[in-house]
Design a protein around this ligand. Structure first.
Ligand SMILES: O=C(O)CCC(=O)C(=O)O
Length: 301
C-alpha cells in the first residue's frame, strides 16, 4: 500500500502524539491549490454552511473534495486508526501578517465549543486514538509567519478540561470583538485543569513546513502556533478531522454551534474515506454539492 506508515513511524506517533511532516503535494502544486481555494472560497453559491470560518468546504471546492481523500493522508491514517476511517469536519486555519499565535490547547471530544460533546466514541481500543487531525499547509509555514507547535507526549495526560465554563466564546458570550482571542473567540487558558500550570515551551516541537506538507496529530496532543510577525507572508493551513467509524459525530444535534457560527446540519454528512461503516451511527455523503463523488480509495491502493 502506497504511503502507509512504517512500524517505526507508528511507534513514534504513539510516543509523541503526532507524526510528520509528510509531503502530499509538490510546493508548486500546493500553491496552485491554495490559489484555487482562495478564488473558490469567495463564491458561496454551493456552500454547505455559510460561515466566515469556512467549515466543510470539501462539499463545494473540488480541490478539497480530493484533498480529504488523498491517499497519502488516508493510508497513513489507516496505519494508526485501522481500516474504517471517516472524515467528519474540515476547517481553514489562516494566519495573516500581524495575527496572534493560537494558544496551547488540547481537545478530546470538542465539548469546549458548546459544553456538549461533538464526538462520542462507542467502541474504543486502549492506546488507539479515535480522532485524528491532518493539518496540511498550502503555503510556507515558518517561525516568522506562525508555524504549528506540538508538545511531544502530551496526549497521555489532559492538562485542559473541556467541561469547564469559559469566560467568553460560547453562544451569547461570543462577540465579534472577542473573536480575536488566541483561540477563535475563546481564551483556551479558561480550560486549564490547574489555572496556575504553564506549558514548558522549551519542550515544544516547532514545525516549520513547506507548502504541500502535512502533520498528523491527536487533538489530545497539546498544540498551538506562533504569531505571524511577518510583513506580508500569510500562512494558510487546512485541518481535516477524521474518526474511527464507531464514533457518534454531532450526537443528538441538529445545529452545530462554535466560534460564533451556527450551522444547520440537515445536509451535512460524514465521508467514509476508507473501509466501511459497521455501526450505523452517522449520516454519510458520497458526493459533494457539485455532484462530484468523493474519490475513495480501493483497499489495495
Ligand atoms: O493552525 C493553527 O494555528 C491551529 C490549528 C489547530 O488548533 C487545529 O488544527 O486544531
Amino acid at each position: 500500500m502506497k504511503n502507509s506508515l512504517t512500524q517505526e513511524q507508528k511507534d513514534l506517533f504513539n510516543k509523541q502524539g503526532f507524526i510528520g511532516p509528510f509531503k502530499l503535494y509538490e510546493p508548486e502544486e500546493a500553491k496552485e491549490i491554495f490559489r484555487q481555494i482562495r478564488i473558490k472560497s469567495a463564491e458561496n453559491s454551493n456552500i454547505l454552511h455559510d460561515n466566515p470560518l469556512n467549515y466543510d468546504r470539501h462539499f463545494d471546492i473540488e480541490e478539497l473534495t480530493n484533498h480529504i481523500c488523498h491517499e497519502g493522508v488516508v493510508n497513513r491514517l489507516k496505519g494508526i486508526m485501522g481500516d474504517d476511517v471517516i472524515l467528519w469536519r474540515m476547517e481553514y486555519f489562516p494566519k495573516y501578517p500581524g495575527s496572534k499565535g493560537t494558544e496551547w490547547h488540547q481537545v478530546q471530544d470538542y465539548s469546549y465549543a458548546t459544553g456538549k460533546p461533538q464526538l462520542i466514541p462507542t467502541d474504543t481500543t486502549p492506546g488507539t486514538p479515535f480522532d485524528l487531525t491532518v493539518w496540511t499547509c498550502f503555503t510556507e509555514s515558518t517561525r516568522e509567519n506562525g508555524c504549528l507547535k506540538l508538545m511531544p507526549g502530551s496526549h497521555n495526560e489532559m492538562f485542559f478540561d473541556e467541561s469547564k465554563n469559559p469566560a467568553e466564546g460560547r453562544d451569547e458570550l461570543y462577540t465579534a470583538v472577542n473573536s480575536d482571542t488566541g483561540f477563535y473567540g475563546y481564551n483556551f487558558s479558561d480550560f486549564k485543569a490547574d489555572p496556575n500550570w504553564e506549558p514548558d515551551e522549551s519542550k515544544a516541537a516547532v514545525m516549520e513546513m513547506k507548502p504541500g506538507e502535512c502533520i498528523i496529530f491527536s487533538a489530545r496532543c497539546m498544540h498551538a502556533s506562533l504569531p505571524n510577525t511577518s510583513e506580508r507572508s500569510t500562512r494558510f493551513a487546512v485541518a481535516c478531522r477524521y474518526v474511527q467509524s464507531h464514533v457518534r459525530v454531532y450526537p443528538d444535534t441538529t445545529n452545530f454551534r462554535a466560534h460564533g457560527s451556527d450551522f444547520d446540519l440537515s445536509n451535512w454528512g460524514c465521508v467514509q474515506v476508507s473501509g466501511e461503516d459497521k455501526f450505523g451511527h452517522n449520516k454519510f455523503r458520497t458526493e459533494n454539492n457539485l455532484g462530484q463523488p468523493f474519490p475513495v480509495l480501493t483497499p489495495t491502493e
